[in-house]
Ligand binder design. Structure first.
Ligand SMILES: Cc1cc2nc3c(=O)[nH]c(=O)nc-3n(C[C@H](O)[C@H](O)[C@H](O)COP(=O)(O)O)c2cc1C
Length: 350
């Protein structure tokens, strides 16, 4: 347990922080994992009896943040739970018994607390809480042992737009200290910290990525033809063979691309496993609606192309037309058609 200010205490279990605001009305902000409930409740009882806690704010319902709620309510059924409407739905299901609660609306003020809804940080239920100039930020601005950048990449980078929105809402308040859900309090240069954090999420995609798999050069030839169209049009692009980098590195290139032009051959009735492995590591949220054109060669059945088309559509990429598939090697007509198809795809990007 750490004393943060005259009346705020921090309880940490397994890197997750819960806070107690000790006042006329005692308030807990967030909890820790269920498996630490006994230890956690003992620690709190050293400062204030659980019977004297009136409110528990749950900023986010992930089990590492609210796992101790049930044990707390079992000790004191008068506690009122404060959370967003989507959070209360999850809490209802988790608790399985009736309890007192207050549903939070964005900007609502109560007991000197202000609540800011931060949806998709990193679930739809999330909010943060402001008390005086102190922000209880839950997952936002949190750290692993390696720092906030690492935490951001591991847990929040799937939803950069939600992070930017949350930060813009928080910046309406004068914050002099951030008490995170994981990691140490942030007290120095808070504004600079928030500005740096914004930069993590503020990624702009401007390049088209041509990514292809080719063993004997047939699909490669198509990729080069497509590249030529982009070069002539002075489109900013990168072109990579799937064997040219690690899976993670190439997945990141897809994440960072403005549009994807993906080429594959067919190997034993499927797309090559390397391609599946790369797609598995891509960001499934930010790539939704990403424009994508598919091309490739095959000898008789062509599953590689069609399975990729189906999969990318399921992931909600904006897949252009039908895959441009060619048996073995392009002839001169197919070459012309591929050039036309690429031009139309490029035009569709606006
Ligand atoms: C081991 C192996 C398995 C293949 N399996 C299939 C297959 O199941 N269906 C198909 O249509 N083509 C299959 N092919 C043919 C290739 O997809 C085709 O030759 C393609 O043009 C190769 O393109 P690349 O030179 O870009 O690798 C196979 C080729 C190899 C070498």
């Amino acid at each position: 347990m750490d004393k943060i200010t005259d009346n705020i205490y921090k309880f940490t279990k397994n890197s997750n922080n819960s806070y107690l605001i000790k006042s006329d009305v005692n308030i807990i902000i967030d909890g820790v994992g269920e498996e630490y409930a006994d230890e956690y409740i003992n620690d709190i009882a050293k400062i204030v009896s659980v019977k004297d806690i009136s409110y528990i704010v749950i900023n986010h319902c992930e089990m590492n943040r609210m796992g101790t709620l049930k044990a707390m309510l079992e000790k004191n059924r008068d506690i009122k739970v404060i959370a967003t409407t989507p959070a209360l739905k999850l809490i209802d299901k988790y608790l399985g018994f009736g309890y007192n609660n207050i549903s939070v609306k964005d900007g609502m003020e109560l007991l000197g607390l202000k609540f800011i809804l931060t949806p998709y940080i990193n679930w739809p239920d999330s909010m943060v809480t402001v008390y005086n100039n102190i922000l209880f930020s839950c997952d936002l601005f949190s750290s692993t042992i390696l720092g906030p950048d690492d935490y951001y990449k591991s847990y929040l980078s799937q939803r950069p737009q939600s992070v930017l929105y949350a930060v813009s809402q928080i910046q309406k308040y004068d914050i002099s200290c951030i008490l995170t859900g994981s990691g140490m309090p942030i007290k120095d240069n808070v504004q600079g910290f928030i500005d740096n954090y914004k930069k993590l999420a503020d990624t702009k995609n401007s390049e088209v990525l041509i990514l292809y798999h080719s063993v004997y050069g047939n699909t490669y030839n198509m990729a080069k033809e497509i590249e030529n169209v982009l070069a002539v049009r002075k489109i900013s692009y990168q072109i990579h063979d799937i064997g040219s980098g690690g899976y993670k590195e190439l997945a990141q290139k897809i994440d960072n691309a403005k549009a994807l032009i993906l080429g594959t051959d067919t190997v034993n009735a499927d797309a090559p496993s390397d391609l599946w492995n790369i797609i598995a590591l891509t960001n499934k949220v930010t790539n939704k609606f990403k424009p994508c054109m598919l091309f490739g060669t095959y000898a008789w059945s062509g599953e590689g192309l069609y399975f990729m088309e189906h999969h990318l559509k399921m992931l909600r990429y904006n897949v252009y037309d039908k895959p441009f598939g060619v048996v073995m090697k392009m002839d001169s007509n197919e070459e012309k058609e591929l050039i036309e198809c690429t031009k139309k795809f490029i035009d569709s990007l606006g």
